[in-house]
Design a protein around this ligand. Sequence first.
Ligand SMILES: Cc1ncc(COP(=O)(O)O)c(C=O)c1O
Length: 397
Amino acid sequence: MYRTRLVKLTPRARFGTVCLHAGQEPDPSTGAIITPIYQTSTYVQDELGKHKGFEYGRTQNPTRLALERNIAAIESGKAAFAFASGMAAIGAIATMLQSGDHVIVSDNTYGGTFRLFDKVLTRYQITFSYVDTSRLDAVERAITSATRMLFVETPTNPIMTLTDLRAAADLAHRHDLRLVVDNTFASPYVQRPIEFGADLVTHSTTKYLNGHSDSVGGVVVAVRDDDIEWLKFVQNAEGAILSPFDSWLVLRGTKTLPLRMVQHSANGLALAQFLAGHPHVRRVYYPGLPTHPQYELAKRQMRGFGGMLAFDVGSLEAARAVLNNVRLHALAESLGGVETLISHPATMTHASVPADRRAALGITEGMVRISAGIEDIEDLKEDLEQALAKIAVAAGI
Ligand SMILES: Cc1ncc(COP(=O)(O)O)c(C=O)c1O
């Protein structure tokens, strides 16, 4: 009942307004403009069988509910469910599958997703095909009578390959499959998969939605009533819920999502352009460069091109020289925070991916990934410039 309550926004409200206000009304008991952290495990009932829609903290929490309504609106979905991590959210989606089912997954999916699918779900006789989902002919060929789901990431990490979301949704629906999109990398400011026809969207809220590198969480956004019923049931049944404090942090983060994403995208593009013109850089991966093979698709389906980019300096030694000499770029896993992070996919985020698979995906030892933050771009460029200069020093040039 409470999940379908309407927010106070008009249907015309624009994205920035939706991010700020959706799901939140002044606190009914005090008028507090910010949804409080309801740090409670249970709720006192008025009389037997009569309560205010809240019975027990795992099942319902007002702070989590405000966040869920907020993200559902931001992603143009009908309902959202918040979990303790991005992986817990993907785990909840996985419960929609049954033994014998088959799933087609973007071949370059996040390593943790691959690990969950490959090491855990295969134990339950669920099978997976890893396909380059930028090639929908290949996806179509992989569909069998057991296929139930197409699980896509676009752009992929760190190669930045795109999947045409509208075409993928059409293909999925022609074959009666659910299209699931992990939208963590782009953020809903940059693209909203449900508007292209996706059935389910998931995020690691740890990244852009929270945006401040101080919370771990996940969310699933759904549109179909049967999916909503099931996810609501599973969230309570499995219990991997987002805490009230983390819900509050993410809710605080989504208020500034549009402002942050404008700056992340501007810095991402500026760094990509800077790197593309640098003599020590062999290749740059960023969908906002006209040299990206899917630049036209990027312009069609993304607003701005996001803050994620990768570049290749040719060898592990050269990558090491860059990574060990940056000062402002923080050497760290993760992405989507206001601070710029730099990492080495082959030995960090993708270390659990077997070497031959990494090579097939194009993840070389000379590849460096950047999550562009919102610092002044000149400081970021200066930092990279001095670190890239160390490549020549390391090579004795
Ligand atoms: C694309 C993507 N999906 C899912 C996850 C998992 O999220 P979490 O670390 O919050 O469990 C990550 C984490 O890096 C990710 O990058």
